[in-house]
Design a protein around this ligand. Structure first.
Ligand code: DX5
Ligand code: ZN
Length: 217
């Protein structure tokens, strides 16, 4: 009980008050803050660049979990590395995931690799030994507030099996459409960390929301 990591996504925050959003995440008892970076190319939406992470870092030593939904993530990795604790990029966005994962570790960062709903979990298999966070997207990347795609649960199970069978050690994070009901299904499938945008920021009592998720597993 209570070992699940909770990572509220700033995507659902008031973009005119990122500092306030960070403070509310920290006060809630959540573990990480999830920073969704979108480039208007890899996904049809645009969010923010590294200056936001830099300015938030000046306020706080909290764990910054950057999720890069960008094409050619090489440059973004270098730009976010000084400010983020974990950086996750998409396997669909680069020809050289292994090299980038190793680069992230060399920079002293947790190295994250993600996949969109249309990508099979086996696309990550070759890279799992170099991965600290495997991020399973359970909505199509681009927007918050979408419905969880239950077919993606099988990918969480695939990763959990691969981890056990190959004696690997990475966090399985699940992102998209997480609320108490879908959190429970994701945890049962093997999720260790849950990203929640709309459900967290729309909760009247954010600490109760985080406790509720942690009470599931
Ligand atoms: C979607 C983002 C998610 C999103 C989750 O492209 O990667 O992190 O913010 O938001 P909800 O929880 O509203 O689905
Ligand atoms: Zn995300």
């Amino acid at each position: 009980m209570g070992k699940t990591l909770v990572a509220p996504s700033i995507l659902a925050a008031d973009f005119a008050d990122f500092g306030g959003a960070l403070a509310s995440v920290e006060a809630s008892g959540a573990d990480w803050i999830h920073l969704d970076v979108m480039d208007w190319h890899f996904v049809p939406n645009l969010t923010f660049g590294p200056k936001l992470a830099e300015d938030l870092r000046r306020r706080s030593a909290f764990f910054f979990d950057a999720h890069l939904m960008v094409e050619n993530p090489e440059r973004a990795i270098e730009a976010f590395a000084p400010w983020a604790d974990a950086i996750t990029f998409h396997v669909e966005a680069t020809e050289r995931p292994r090299e980038l994962l190793l680069r992230l570790r060399a920079l002293g960062k947790k190295a994250g690799l993600s996949l969109s709903p249309a990508t099979p979990a086996s696309a990550l298999d070759d890279f799992l030994p170099y991965t600290d966070i495997a991020l399973v997207m359970t909505v199509n990347p681009g927007w918050g507030g979408q419905a969880f795609i239950p077919e993606c649960l099988e990918k969480i199970r695939h990763l959990e099996r691969a981890r056990a069978e190959r004696g690997l050690d990475f966090v399985i994070s699940v992102d998209g459409g997480i609320n108490e009901a879908t959190a429970s299904a994701a945890i049962a499938a093997g999720a260790d960390a849950l990203v929640a945008g709309s459900a967290f920021f729309s909760a009247q009592d954010k600490a109760a929301f985080v406790r509720g998720i942690k009470a599931l597993g």
